[in-house]
Design a protein around this ligand. Sequence first.
Ligand code: IPE
Ligand code: IPE
Ligand code: MG
Length: 252
Amino acid sequence: MDYKEKLDIDNIPQHVAIIMDGNGRWAKEKGQMRLFGHATGVESVREALTAATEMKIKFLTLYAFSTENWNRPKAEVDGLMDLLVNTIASEIESLHNNDVRLLTIGDTNHLPDGCRNELLKAIERTASNKGTVLILALNYSAKLEIKQAIKRIAEKYKEGSIELDDIDDQLVHDHLYTAGIPDPELMIRTSGEIRISNFLLWQLAYSELHFTPVLWPDFKKEDFYRAVYEYQTRERRFGLIGEQLNELNKDD
Ligand code: IPE
Ligand code: IPE
Ligand code: MG
């Protein structure tokens, strides 16, 4: 089925987040080293970004490295950091020429210097671009993000710049890494695992979730179109009942 053709262009999510999982298993199936899987996964990142741009999805967040991933064997962690530096360095002009803006979320201050510098260069170079915003979650932990937000809010309360009643959804949102970015309407996880793995816990509160057995290096544009197509068949109720939604839609 050609899912791209079937998409309703008036119902494209503004923000899609993806847990890119399964590189290691993909490599193992082929009798290769895990790092070969990660390197091949970069091609899927290109596919996903192109598909997002074609669908006019404004924000694409990709979970690239969690705080827990530091506990992997050193050779794999080092290889992933090298891959990140080399990929950013080689893709920066192409990102810029495609009007893509690069952002990161996560504790990027604690990435190796080489990585941080390459990222800062790319973020600066693409800062005024107006097309798709590519958000890389690097050294990311949703629990850490929420803890940091709570600490900053508590400090503001202590110094008297906010009252207890000022702490609402908007204020919490404003203190997350994703301040100013709408919550993802759709979250995709590849590789068949059905869990969130410490990703965007606040922001995913009402996201539609799409789990696919496809391993990340096999994830192609068509898989992305399909996920968005399936998203469009869902009824997003936000706690209401179907009849109420029909009433609301009538007023549109
Ligand atoms: C996802 O693939 C990439 C990262 C977590 C960096 P994995 O490396 O987790 O691959 P599997 O899950 O072991 O197959
Ligand atoms: C989640 O994948 C993190 C990234 C994709 C970067 P993991 O492979 O680390 O997650 P778990 O360990 O299976 O939950
Ligand atoms: Mg994994």
